[in-house]
Design a protein around this ligand. Structure first.
Ligand SMILES: [Zn+2]
Ligand SMILES: [Zn+2]
Length: 273
């Protein structure tokens, strides 16, 4: 198992790493073997797999509990295959739902993972039903009507209160794309991220991350298509000032996107002091 320092040290020593990726075990579009080969060809020295974790609600994007053993076995096989050329790590992007299900749960803590990402993709409705708010905007817009009575402030506040609860519960090394709700929310209500209550929520999360000692990723998955990172570039200065260790992950679901947005983001991030 890796410590937070192990991960931060790697990111300090080289730009040729990525600790967030998806494959055939969840909603990725290539096999682990194909992604590993693409990572090696992209010059990666350290590459982590992070399938979407098993989850207790219906979700086509998450891996099944039955497949976790196969996933870990494939990690072991690829670790051996690439030994001496590229270090491979068995990670997982674990969904936090509540005290009953998240990175800190006994089940996830008992898995022989090298590291864990904690992410919020699902938020509870007013009725306590969990809805995935992470996907495409067309789906998000439909779900806002269907499940949330178009209450965007509820969804945003739930996203961040779930984030706080996940940090309090702990059990993970890296917090995934911690302001991602802002992407769909700002399509739903342009300018929402400039509203003062939204910024106050972000401040609270940044303070909490800093106090917890976890690593924040800067996720570049949407940079090419949507011109933004998660967290947003305008927050980077605050994150650095708060002393939060940062790493840059592509969150690729396709081999040709393995490094997408990383070089540009790393360069910009280094230029901030
Ligand atoms: Zn995610
Ligand atoms: Zn992901």
């Amino acid at each position: 198992m890796m410590t937070n320092n192990d991960i931060s040290d790697i990111a300090r020593q080289t730009d040729d790493y990525c600790f967030h990726s998806h494959t055939q075990f969840c909603d990725g579009r290539a096999t682990m073997a194909e992604m590993a080969e693409a990572a090696l060809n992209a010059g990666m020295k350290h590459y982590g797999f992070t399938p979407h974790s098993p989850i207790t609600v219906e979700s086509s994007c998450n891996m099944s509990r039955d497949s976790v053993g196969y996933y870990l076995a494939e990690c072991d096989r690829l670790k051996d295959l690439y030994a001496g050329r590229m270090d491979i790590y068995a990670g997982m992007e674990i969904d936090y739902l509540g005290p009953q299900w998240g990175p800190a749960s006994d089940y996830f803590q008992s898995l022989p993972l090298d590291y864990r990402i904690g992410s919020i993709h699902f938020v509870p409705t007013q009725k306590g039903e969990y809805v995935d708010i992470d996907g495409r905007f067309e789906n998000f817009k439909w779900k806002m009507q269907e499940f949330f009575d178009n209450d965007i402030r509820w969804v945003t506040e739930q996203y961040f209160s779930q984030t706080h609860a996940m940090i309090d519960a702990g059990g993970f090394n890296i917090i995934g794309h911690f302001d991602k709700v802002g992407h769909n929310a700002s399509h739903f209500r342009p300018g929402i991220e400039d509203e003062s209550w939204f910024d106050t929520l972000l401040d609270g999360v940044i303070d909490h991350i800093a106090a917890s000692g976890i690593i924040a990723e800067v996720n570049t998955k949407a940079l090419a298509d949507h011109h933004r990172t998660f967290p947003n570039r305008r927050l980077w200065h605050r994150l650095k000032k708060a002393g939060i260790p940062l790493i840059v992950n592509s969150d690729a679901h396709y081999p040709d996107l393995i490094n997408a947005g990383r070089a540009e983001t790393i360069r910009l991030l280094k230029s901030i002091d």
